[in-house]
Write a new protein. Structure first.
Length: 381
């Protein structure tokens, strides 16, 4: 059974490595740095950063506070300054928090504890509002336009941090999913075969005549234990496979594998950069996204003479996938792609999307595909 423990140890090591990779781009660690910069760079006395968690905006990060009443405070969407920003996706600036008629005053007691007066808050937006960044001044000080502009800039960095961290999580999850599939296959082929072989040997022993008293009973007990072990093994293999078969993880894993295979095949450096959480697509659209990337990489291989390639996958109101290279640019009317690109464009357009091949000003080309989002399980439009 040593092989079983080795396989399980390998899975555990992979899970730990996944957590370590994600921790390097931990969203809250990056956002904590943003909260500190609000004070250091733009003159606010207190900064707060709330994350949308279900029906509330929860104040998870702070800098410059003297008390803890605002810490981890849930703010229902629509209430107070931050709740209004989260609900409307628009900035709010109040010169005097307590006298403002633009907000509800459910949190006056909390704000008064810190002695705050002027306050500004802006949304942290990626695909929808993910959070709110606040800057506040104590006493009667007024929040200036420059400070608000600085707050907006830092909110943009915070939004980018959320997207990059989500993308890092997605890549780490695809690595885990790939390894789970490999371990499931290995357990089936090795440990499953071992259990079957041992069970067969026990059954042959029991069929022999002249066994000493009690030996047959002991062999029967061993046979039952082997049967139980086989059931447990099949359940474990099933759980490993199910954990790796979510469609969104499969799409990201397949794209990462296409990019990796391109580098192995051509020797050209290529990177896959998912931005944000993976999209939820029905199988037909997921297959089309993969086909676009494969066609783009094939065109680069045949025509571009590129030194590097980047494949990106991003989700906002639509899903956008792009293959960017630093090669010779677009050659001829169809970029030297023959019939492949026009046929692919027709497929994309039938799904309500668009496909374009554009030459970059500084050389190279971008194959870009945009598709409307569609939830898994829905029929094609």
């Amino acid at each position: 059974m040593d092989e079983v423990f080795e396989l399980l140890a390998a899975l555990r090591a992979l899970e730990v490595a996944r957590d370590e990779r994600v921790a390097l781009l931990d969203t809250r660690a990056v956002l904590g740095s943003v909260a500190r910069r609000v004070r250091v760079e733009h003159g606010f006395d207190v900064s707060l950063l709330g994350l949308v968690e279900g029906p509330d905006l929860v104040l998870r990060l702070w800098s410059g506070t003297r008390h803890g009443r605002l810490h981890d405070l849930p703010v229902p969407l629509g209430l107070g300054v931050g709740g209004r920003v989260a609900a409307s996706a628009s900035p709010v600036v109040v010169r005097d928090y307590y006298r403002s008629d633009r907000i509800t005053h459910d949190f006056d007691a909390h704000v008064r504890t810190e002695g705050l007066g002027g306050m500004a808050a802006v949304p942290i937006s990626t695909d929808g509002v993910k959070g709110v960044l606040y800057g506040a001044l104590r006493g009667q000080a007024v929040v200036g336009d420059d400070a608000v502009d600085g707050l907006r800039g830092l909110a943009g960095l915070a939004a980018l941090a959320v997207d990059v961290a989500d993308g890092a999580t997605t890549l780490a999850d695809t690595a885990v999913a790939r390894e789970r599939r490999r371990l499931a296959e290995s357990l089936h082929d090795t440990v499953g075969a071992m259990l079957f072989g041992v069970g067969s040997s026990v059954r042959r022993l029991r069929s022999r005549a002249g066994l000493e008293p009690g030996v047959d009973d002991e062999l029967e007990r061993i046979e039952r234990q082997l049967g139980d072990a086989g059931v447990a093994l099949r359940e474990s293999i099933s759980r490993l496979r199910v954990g790796s078969e979510r469609a969104t993880v499969r799409l990201t894993a397949d794209l990462a594998e296409s990019v990796r295979a391109f580098t192995v095949r051509t020797g050209v450096a290529a990177d896959f950069v998912p931005v944000g959480a993976p999209p939820r697509l029905d199988p037909a659209r997921a297959a089309l996204v993969l086909k676009v990337v494969d066609e783009g990489l094939l065109n680069v291989e045949k025509h571009a003479r590129a030194r590097s390639v980047v494949v990106t996958l991003a989700v906002a109101e639509r899903i956008t996938v792009a293959v960017l290279d630093d090669g010779v640019g677009v050659v001829g009317e169809d970029g030297g792609t023959g019939a492949g690109l026009p046929a692919l464009r027709r497929q994309v357009e039938r799904c309500g999307g668009g496909l374009s091949l554009i030459g970059a000003e500084d050389g190279g080309a971008v194959l870009r595909c945009e598709l409307p989002l569609q939830v898994e399980g829905a029929g094609d439009a």
